[in-house]
Design a protein around this ligand. Structure first.
Ligand code: ADP
Ligand code: MG
Length: 609
């Protein structure tokens, strides 16, 4: 029986696991290490370097070393995260056809998907070397905040690496599965998943019982992770060295690379030892005198002092998400930690304080996601039909409306089975037929989506425009069948057709070359409702941001007040995520929360006057 590999493509490190004799096993790379740095470089000789080797030369060959690729996957040029990342990395990110990203390494342009695919291929090869047989099937994990476009890009990259993706599961769910939660017939359990990696922080609150996983709350900071902790230590050393020798070590690339390595190692050692000695001999030569060495002893207390606010920020984010969901931290049944940084004792301590219980052990934090994916893969391969059923709706679904736009009825990631309906009106007076074009894909433009199917619903009385109301209902079953029912509300006449949801869209399926769309039109009273809600939410965010400083001043010191401010920030965060993901229902929810938050802040600031 062919094995399914579980893959966690990380921002900093990736990991691959299998299940052998019912037991998950994390697979080693060629040099025995179990973490595969998600780094790809091209050296001066034009040779491709991957993983550890690429990472080791990263600072020295910064312009030609691609790091943090996961953050670019599935995004287009102009996305705020692309802009933010391009300020942090030394390699060049340029724009390719239709705003796609291109990465320039040694004058050659690569797509992000292509580079990520090289990383995935490396993991696939490691698994094949270990098993001594080819591997083609995989289960991947992805952050909750990943959009449909990001998931599609991940799937494309895996396919390019010769992998057939059975399923993409959400990170926190993978983490829970790795700890055996949600698999047996236990009562529903509330699980908090805290994931602090090299550059990102994610938190989710799940409610899990057998087969049903509900995400109650989530939050993230795409730019908070181990690197920030390293940076604090590095600055501390650089500053100390400058005081003693009047030399800024960051100006020398070789010195900086060695210092970075030393600092990260020291940080990891401090997770076990109370005190470490950082030693970088011959760190720099001044030309005139003897070469200088760096030597410094650092204890855990100093490290904690330097990074206290970073840990605190993650805890604040957790608190915000919990209170937004109306969940008391102490009512959580289990706390799971994920990511290498979760090994830091201060992090564990802060979590224990917050939840009143220690995080569950047993699974190595940076391996939990790959283990969860491997367990899911093993479960899927035992029930052959399972791979053709869907847990979540794989893509956004909608109908073609005026202007070549998509009216979205269902968002990707919606739990199956589901029903969603919307009432449309005819576009022109005396219109007697409607053509319903069902579209699948992540774009708002019909031309960039796949046509799942279409039919003409006809025979209404030639009534005046907007007088004919047609309800369109999407009902999706677990097996991927989508039934579309159109009902003429006046005459209660209906017509029904069944289509198949597509498990994964090839990019060629979304290029719009399939069918001319221009001639069909369906008008809706509420087409612009999404954009109205969105601009209102954006307005509220900016109002709230304007009021916050004053409000914070007003509540200074009071525990209740501080809690309210935290909730306000978390409301903004959630609204931003909903807007980025274009989820109409979530945007409406977020809008209501923002309205309440704004009203609350107005009250607080008014009482200040
Ligand atoms: P990502 O999810 O970002 O791909 P990981 O989960 O592998 O990455 O986390 C990587 C981060 O964890 C790095 O900043 C690394 O220095 C840190 N890390 C790894 N091991 C330890 C440890 N023992 N103690 C503290 N930090 C660690
Ligand atoms: Mg990770």
């Amino acid at each position: 029986m062919e094995r399914v590999i579980g893959i966690d493509l990380g921002t900093t490190n990736s990991c691959v696991a299998i299940v052998e004799g019912g037991v998950p096993l994390v697979l080693p790379g060629p040099s025995g290490q179990r973490a595969f740095p998600s780094v790809l470089a091209i050296d001066e000789q034009g040779q491709r370097l991957l993983g550890q080797t690429a990472r080791r030369q990263a600072v020295l060959n910064a312009e030609h070393t691609a790091t943090a690729l996961k953050r670019l996957l599935g995004l287009r040029f102009g996305h705020p995260q692309v802009r933010q990342l391009s300020e942090m990395v030394a390699y060049r990110i340029v724009t390719g056809p239709s705003d796609e990203l291109r990465i320039v390494l040694r004058n050659e342009q690569f797509s992000v998907t292509e580079l990520v695919s090289a990383l995935l291929l490396d993991l696939k090869k490691a698994a094949e070397a270990y098993l001594g047989q080819p591997v083609t099937r995989t289960v991947l994990t992805a952050p909750l905040a990943f959009s449909d476009a990001q998931r599609i890009a991940l799937r494309d990259a895996a396919r390019m690496a010769g992998l057939d993706v059975m399923r993409i599961i959400a990170d926190p769910i993978a983490a829970a599965l790795a700890h055996g939660i949600g698999t047996s017939e236990h009562r529903a359990q509330r699980v908090a998943v805290y994931d602090l990696g090299g550059g990102t922080f994610d938190f989710a609150l799940l409610e899990m019982s057998s087969g049903v996983h509900e995400i109650r709350a989530s939050t993230c900071d795409a730019f908070l992770g181990g690197q920030d902790f390293d940076r604090r230590l590095l600055d501390y050393l650089v500053f100390g060295f400058a005081k003693d020798h009047k030399i800024d070590l960051r100006q020398d690339r070789t010195a900086l690379q060695r210092l970075r390595d030393a600092v990260e190692k020291a940080k990891c050692d401090l997770s076990v030892d109370e005190e470490v000695t950082i030693e970088v001999p011959f760190i720099i030569s001044t030309g005139t005198s003897e070469p200088l060495h760096l030597h410094r002893v650092i204890n855990r207390a100093k490290f904690e002092e330097l990074t206290e606010d970073l840990v605190e920020r993650t805890i604040q984010l957790c608190r915000g998400a919990l209170s937004e969901a109306g969940v008391e931290p102490h009512s959580v049944d289990a706390v799971i930690v994920v990511g290498g940084m979760a090994r830091v004792p201060r992090v564990q301590k802060a979590l224990t304080e917050l939840f009143g219980r220690t995080p569950i052990g047993g699974v190595v934090p940076e391996e939990a996601l790959a283990v969860g994916a491997a367990l899911q893969g093993a479960a899927l391969s035992q029930t052959p039909s399972a791979s053709t059923t869907f847990e979540l709706s794989p893509h956004h679904l909608g109908l073609l409306v005026g202007g070549g736009k998509v009216f979205r009825l269902v968002s990707a990631g919606t739990q199956l089975p589901y029903e969603a309906a919307h009432v449309f009106t005819t576009a022109r007076d005396h219109q007697t037929a409607l053509r319903l074009v069902i579209l699948e894909g992540d774009s708002e433009l019909a031309s960039e989506c796949k046509i799942l199917g279409e039919f003409v619903f006809s025979g209404f009385l030639a009534a005046a425009r907007e007088n004919t109301e047609v309800e369109v209902r999407f009902s999706a079953a677990q097996n991927g069948d989508l039934t579309v029912t159109a009902t003429d509300l006046r005459e209660q006449r209906r017509e029904q057709h069944t289509f198949r949801l597509t498990a994964s869209l090839l990019s060629s399926e979304t290029d719009g070359s399939k069918s001319p769309l221009g001639s069909y039109e369906l008008e809706t009273q509420r087409t612009d409702e999404l954009s109205r809600n969105q601009s209102r939410a954006e307005q509220l965010i900016s109002d709230i941001l304007g009021m916050l400083p004053k409000a914070e001043q007003a509540v200074a010191g009071s525990e209740l007040g501080l809690d309210a401010m935290r909730r306000a920030r978390s409301a903004i965060e959630r609204a931003r995520i909903a807007i980025i993901r274009g989820e109409s229902v979530a945007i409406v929810d977020a809008r209501h929360v923002l309205e309440r938050t704004a009203a609350m802040l107005r009250g607080v600031t008014a009482s200040l006057r």
